[in-house]
Design a protein around this ligand. Structure first.
Ligand SMILES: [Zn+2]
Length: 112
């Protein structure tokens, strides 16, 4: 992989980071709106509220996980390990990285 390619991936990863933090803000807003509606209208059952809360939590956990993956990928770029499988050290295919530049493993290791 040449420097220009790595630079493209770095930019892609930074954009993914940015999109995630925007999502986090939107998520917080959505949660707040739901809470207010519930108090004002009292239409949502406790069950619904709990379910929504659980979904918001799961989403937030997924975001945190993606954040970690992306930050780890950016760190790998910095120390020259980007594009190599964390498990076996083989090069990860460009096609695979193109789909998800934060992917940490080659296809055979990811499959187990
Ligand atoms: Zn591997």
């Amino acid at each position: 992989m040449d420097d220009a390619e790595i630079e493209r991936f770095r930019q892609q990863l930074s954009q993914m980071l940015k999109a995630l933090s925007i999502g986090e803000d939107l998520g917080r807003d959505a949660t707040r709106t739901v809470t207010l509606d519930q108090q004002a209208v009292g239409r949502l059952s406790r069950m619904d509220a709990l379910q929504q809360q659980a979904m918001a939590k799961a989403q937030s956990a997924r975001r945190a996980q993606s954040l970690t993956r992306i930050q780890a990928a950016l760190a790998r770029i910095d120390n020259g390990e980007f594009g190599y499988c964390l498990d076996c050290g083989d090069a990860i295919s460009a096609k695979r990285l193109g789909l998800d530049p934060a992917v940490p493993k080659c296809i055979s290791c990811a499959r187990g």
